[in-house]
Write a protein that binds this ligand. Structure first.
Ligand SMILES: Nc1ncnc2c1ncn2[C@@H]1O[C@H](COP(=O)(O)OP(=O)(O)OP(=O)(O)O)[C@@H](O)[C@H]1O
Ligand SMILES: O=P(O)(O)OC[C@H]1O[C@H](OP(=O)(O)OP(=O)(O)O)[C@H](O)[C@@H]1O
Ligand SMILES: [Mg+2]
Length: 326
């Protein structure tokens, strides 16, 4: 639909759901779900031409790949696992700071001599000789597993597809080892499994992802500018502090030098006269060093505040995506 709505796919359940709604709310994008909790469609309050669809995290990855959804929030693990050509199908716009999970290779703790991927070759050979069968890996990350094992030159194995409770597979005898996600490590420990020293396949977190295969007409691009504009403005504001001060009545404050030194901007220009108000925007980490330099140079009434949104003429998120859409 060249002039249809922009389809925004949002997690409908699980660990990503609450964090995703909070993320949109911070960006001033209020999700309005349809009539009941079972209505899986909604809107963005005050933003026309956007249709919100509530889907599972893995379905969001699929719909971004096929172009059924334009924008979505999902885990990078699911993108890398389900999309054969992630680079050509989607653009990962920004990591969101939640949904952290690491995809790992884990083996029984009882295998004390097995510490690294290279040790698995020996295990596999022994299994073959003693029991006449291949090393079994339980996982739902079939593609990530194949790629990682190939990179490590381990070829003599068989994948047992697991639909859940993967960590239980070795104890129940349906596999020898597993590939799964872990966050705190509690589930691995409870199942007496350990991560191989070089067994980290991917460190994942939730991302804002755009589809490159969806049809991007005029109305979708317009909605995209609004949505990404607010998201970028919130992100910029979160990483920035606003510092206000009065220019000293005498002495010479080298404002250009100080701002360059601390990577700060003067969004409203140079103050025009002594005693005039200075407004600086600087990276959060630079705040106190910048304040010290201002005070040392005679600035008075220095105050620091957080800002909610910082809109600029440029928007790196949109520019990057439009460049890729051509
Ligand atoms: N500790 C965790 N356990 C599971 N998923 C996590 C964890 N931490 C972050 N995540 C992220 O959440 C995603 C899974 O989300 P969720 O379980 O809601 O959806 P799903 O996998 O599509 O559904 P289902 O689990 O019912 O198959 C993971 O792929 C990962 O990106
Ligand atoms: O390292 P931990 O903090 O213990 O977390 C990791 C576990 O959490 C998830 O399972 P979940 O409970 O979501 O069930 P699921 O497999 O059905 O998604 C994941 O699949 C792991 O099993
Ligand atoms: Mg889950």
């Amino acid at each position: 639909m060249p002039n249809g709505p922009l389809v925004l796919a949002v997690p409908s359940k699980g660990r990503l759901q609450e964090n995703a709604s909070a993320f949109f709310a911070r960006a001033g994008l209020k999700l309005a779900q349809g009539a009941g909790a079972r209505d899986y469609r909604g809107k963005l309050v005050g933003v026309p031409d956007v249709e919100v669809r509530y889907l599972s995290a893995s379905e969001i990855a699929n719909q971004l790949a096929s172009g059924t959804a334009h924008l979505g929030v999902t885990g990078e693990d699911l993108i890398r696992e389900s999309l054969p050509d992630a680079r050509g199908q989607v653009e990962l716009l920004t990591p969101l700071g939640f949904g952290q999970a690491t995809v790992v290779v884990a083996v029984p703790q009882a295998w004390i001599d097995v510490r690294a991927m290279t040790d698995l070759d020996e295990v596999a050979a022994e299994l073959r000789i003693r029991h006449g069968r291949r090393l079994r890996i339980a996982t739902k990350y079939v593609n990530l597993t194949r790629r990682f094992f190939a990179e490590h030159g381990v070829a003599d194995y068989r994948i047992v597809e697991s639909l859940g409770a993967t960590e239980g597979a070795p104890a129940s005898g349906s596999s020898e080892i597993i590939v799964d996600i872990t966050t705190t490590g509690a589930t691995l420990a409870a199942n007496a499994l350990k991560i191989l020293d070089d067994g980290i396949i991917l460190r994942s977190e939730a991302n804002l992802v755009a589809s490159l295969t969806a049809s991007w007409g005029q109305s979708q691009k317009k909605a995209l500018r609004t949505v990404l504009g607010r998201i970028a403005a919130e992100e910029r504001a979160r990483l920035t502090r606003e510092i206000r001060a009065a220019m000293p009545q005498d002495g010479n404050l080298d404002l250009a030098g100080i701002s360059a030194l601390h990577d700060a901007q003067l969004p409203y220009g140079m103050p025009e006269h002594r005693g005039a108000e200075i407004v600086l925007h600087c990276p959060v980490d630079a705040t106190f060093d910048l304040v010290d330099d201002l005070v040392k140079s005679g600035a008075s009434a220095v105050s620091v505040r957080r800002i909610d949104y910082a809109f600029g003429a440029d928007n790196p998120l949109i520019d990057r995506l439009l460049a890729r859409l051509g």
